[in-house]
Design a protein around this ligand. Sequence first.
Ligand code: BV8
Ligand code: ZN
Length: 237
Amino acid sequence: MCVEQARRWIQDASLITVLTGAGISAESGIPTFRGQAGLWKQFRPEDLATPEAFARNPKLVWEWYDWRRGLIDQTKPNNGHYALVQLEHRTPQFTLITQNVDGLHERAGSQTVLEVHGSIWKLRCTECCRSWPDRTVPLCTPPHCVCGALARPGVVWFGENLPEDVWIAAHKATLACDVFLVIGTSAVVYPAAGLAHLAKSSGAKVIEINTEATAISESVDCTLLGPSGQILPELIR
Ligand code: BV8
Ligand code: ZN
């Protein structure tokens, strides 16, 4: 019943906004943050994904990101990513917001991707305002900017603001949508996790796809339990 209902809401929608988290990349072989083999298992987020950690030990933080870049470089998008590309092609207005930094949505062919937590394939200078794409694997850690200063991963760390323009676009697309799909996120990291509540309070139908219940399962209109790589192709068939 829930899948049928969700399918109808999607078919009737003219504006769909999607929020994805690490779960959508799990079937590509990228460990999630808080799962069993979670990325954070070996390390605690406070230890590595913060500006303080980087200032204290840039080499350790760079080694962790370099290891993740190497891991991601071996993977490819899965059926969940591709299903969202198809949905984008057939929806008049479609916005994909991702918390993931792995770049798999773009590699699958998604056009409008709002990377609210930045990208692991971008570097940024710690001194000047330069930022540039970089796909070197492995990276000779830690890389430097042309100005000579140390470079850092182009991602948003805990305690850092999200990129303003990207966040404004994500917020707007959430307010305006008829259907909000929230896929593969534990919904514990804010402000991204707040988008599902915002969609709900703006009158959108909120559909969650996850392998387990999450912090927002109580307040969505429909939860489809299972791997997104199987559910999404089914849902948009
Ligand atoms: C901010 C980039 C304003 C880096 C990430 C105290 C001090 C300071 C801040 C805070 C504080 N308390 C709260 C905050 C705010 C903080 C926050 O929310 N903390 C949490 C932990 C409580 N947020 C911030 O700091 C944000 N900035 O608020 O700015 C500000 C400014 C100054 C001071 C205060 C506030 C910035 C947050 C961004 C952090 N950067 N990533 C990197 O990747 O290295 S967060 C990181 O977590 C990733 O981006 C990841 O995407 C994100 C969320 O995790 P999920 O994607 O949900 O992944 P997770 O593993 O948790 O869950 C996976 C889900 O998938 C599970 O539900 C699982 O069941 C499901 N799943 C698994 N397999 C499948 C599946 N689903 C479907 N199919 C499958 N096959
Ligand atoms: Zn510089």
